[in-house]
Design a protein around this ligand. Structure first.
Ligand code: PLP
Length: 338
């Protein structure tokens, strides 16, 4: 697959490691069928100010920003957005200005949620932050911010929430390629990839990359916000567009897109005890730090589905999409539950 023609800017620490999780595997071997053998793809280690999955997307998005001669990155996310933090870091790294719009999506008034974790890092990285109420039309807010920057003579580049458009998704096409190469070198036969799925770019990029490559590895996305029909439709649309950009639109079929959205709990960014148990289990078995919003919820789903025997006998790669920097925004929520 020829990705260099999209001119990504290189700053991610790649390839990220692919590591076995022997103790977590043993902990999940409670199903009568023995459960899965678990591995982790460490995209929490992409290097950009704490790293995470937005870094790979930003390599392609910054390439496009430079092609458009931008001097200001504009993006949006929830208050504890990891995407916003990584965008702010990428901007700093290349001397670009960065304006971010944070949506009060969870409605939390907690001090740590609104000021610590990713927010503290956004400020440290020099992003100009504006806050808007939950339910704001964020695409409209992005357009307004871009118009303001342009009106004062700046050259804005708008990155959608989560960096999830076709350009950003190319980062996860590249991840699919990287993972399959690692598996081939290690002689590891992967039966399934499990990832959190939110703004859809990660899931769509993986599906498109694997399909265009002909790798035939199923991907299970565990939803963190939208219901299944909406999530799968979003991922499918973006996966088709991404494969189209690569010249192989027809290879992404609807059946390749599978999301399980039964583990969202009370809603986006809201933590329940099963999420905390998933965070504890990964930390205490293999020293792995997950996050409360995405990977903790995905692992909550993976644990529950393992117990149901859904992955029995499979080699499952959990894509660790990062986010542990957000943990500090959830201190007051988790205190007393650890
Ligand atoms: C954004 C994010 C995700 C979800 O990725 P999408 O491409 O938005 O679906 C998963 N995990 C973490 C830690 C994230 O920050």
């Amino acid at each position: 697959m020829h990705l260099a023609r999209f001119n990504p800017v290189r700053f991610a620490h790649l390839p990220t490691p692919l590591e076995p999780l022997p103790r977590l595997t043993a902990a999940l071997a409670v199903s009568p069928g023995g459960g899965p053998e678990l591995w982790v793809k460490r995209d929490d280690c992409t290097g950009l100010a704490g790293g995470g999955n937005k870094t790979r997307k930003l390599e392609y998005l910054l390439g496009d920003a430079f092609a458009n001669d931008a001097d200001t990155l504009i993006t949006q996310g929830a208050v504890q957005s990891n995407h916003v933090r990584q965008t702010a870091a990428a901007a700093a790294m290349f001397g670009l200005a960065c304006e971010v719009i944070l949506e009060q999506r969870t409605g939390s008034n907690a001090h740590d949620y609104n000021h610590s974790g990713n927010v503290l890092l956004d400020e440290l990285l020099g992003a100009k932050i504006r806050s808007v109420p939950g339910g704001t039309d964020m695409n409209q807010a992005l357009a307004e911010a871009a118009a303001e920057v342009a009106a004062r003579g700046g050259r804005p580049y708008v990155i959608p929430g989560g960096g999830s458009n076709v350009i950003g998704a190319l980062g996860y096409v590249e991840c699919a390629l990287e993972l399959v190469n690692q598996a081939n070198e290690a002689g590891l036969e992967i039966d399934r990839i499990v990832t959190a799925t939110g703004s859809a770019g990660t899931h769509a990029g993986l599906v498109a990359g694997l399909a265009v490559m002909g790798a035939d590895i199923p991907v299970l996305g565990i939803g963190v916000r939208a219901p299944k029909e909406v999530q799968e439709a979003n991922v499918f649309k973006l996966a088709v567009e991404t494969a189209d950009l690569l010249g192989h639109k027809d290879r992404v079929t609807r059946d390749l897109v599978v999301a399980d959205c039964d583990y969202v709990g009370e809603g986006y960014g809201l933590v329940d005890q099963a999420v905390i148990e998933a965070l504890k289990l990964c930390a205490r078995t293999d020293g792995l730090l997950l996050d409360p919003v995405y990977t903790g919820k995905a692992m909550k789903g993976l644990i529950a589905l393992s117990a149901l025997g859904r992955f029995d006998g499979e080699t499952v790669v959990f894509l660790h999409t990062g986010g542990a920097q957000g943990l500090f925004g959830y201190q007051s929520v988790m205190e007393g539950h650890l």
